[in-house]
Design a protein around this ligand. Structure first.
Ligand SMILES: [Zn+2]
Ligand SMILES: [Zn+2]
Length: 192
C-alpha cells in the first residue's frame, strides 16, 4: 500500500477535494501507474453533477496516461518505467468476445472489475469508489495489465491520455457507429 493524493468527490455538485488516500498493492494481474496526464471528459462531469449515479466518495477521471511503477506477480508485458495509456473497459482477453476482437463486450467484465480489497481507501479505512475502476484524478492508480497500452516513444503523455476515451470515442462513432467510408456524404455538427 502507498499513500498519495487524489481529487475526491464526496457529494455531487461540490468541488473535488485534494485528499490523502491509500492505494492498495497491485493484484497479480494489476499494474500501479504514476499518473502524469488526465483528460477531462463529459462522463466525469456526469458523475460530478449527479446525472449519472455513483457511490460516494469517488475519484473520477478515466482518460489517463502515466508511467508504470509497480507490477503484480502475473504481469509479463509491462515493467516499471513503461509509458502507458489506459483503456476504459477492462477485459479478460480470453472469452469468445475478446477473442473475436470485441474486448469492450467482454463476457467476464463484471468479474474483471472485482478485486479482494478496495483499490482506494481513505486513511480511516473507508473505501473510495473509482470511475470505471480507474479513478484517474489520483496521483497513482491501479489497472489490469490488459487494460493498459504502451505508448510509442514519439507520443507524448499529454497526447497519449486522450487515446483512452476522447479519440477512440470519436473514431468509433465515425467508423463503427456511422459506418463512414471513403466517398460517404456526412454532416459535421459542431464540436462537443
Ligand atoms: Zn470519457
Ligand atoms: Zn473477455
Amino acid at each position: 500500500m502507498i499513500t498519495t493524493e487524489a481529487a475526491v468527490l464526496t457529494a455531487v455538485n461540490t468541488p473535488l477535494k485534494l485528499t490523502t488516500i491509500h492505494v492498495d498493492d497491485p493484484e497479480p494481474n494489476e499494474v500501479r501507474v504514476a499518473v502524469s496526464n488526465v483528460g477531462l471528459c463529459h462522463s466525469d462531469l456526469h458523475y460530478m453533477t449527479g446525472t449519472v449515479g455513483t457511490d460516494l466518495p469517488v475519484v473520477v477521471g478515466h482518460e489517463v496516461a502515466g508511467v508504470v511503477e509497480a507490477v503484480g506477480s502475473s504481469v509479463t508485458g509491462l515493467r516499471p518505467g513503461d509509458r502507458v495509456t489506459g483503456a476504459l473497459t477492462p477485459s479478460c482477453g480470453r472469452c469468445v468476445n475478446c477473442n473475436a476482437g470485441h474486448s469492450t463486450q467482454c463476457r467476464t467484465v463484471a468479474e474483471a472489475r472485482q478485486r479482494p480489497r478496495p483499490a482506494f481507501q481513505l486513511p480511516n479505512g473507508e473505501p473510495i469508489a473509482r470511475l470505471a475502476d480507474i479513478g484517474a484524478f489520483s496521483r497513482h492508480i491501479l489497472m489490469r495489465e490488459n487494460s493498459l497500452v504502451k505508448l510509442p516513444d514519439e507520443v507524448p503523455l499529454h497526447v497519449g491520455c486522450l487515446l483512452s476515451c476522447c479519440i477512440i470515442t470519436g473514431v468509433g462513432a465515425v467508423f463503427r457507429g456511422a459506418q463512414v467510408r471513403p466517398g460517404s456524404t456526412v454532416a459535421v455538427i459542431g464540436c462537443c
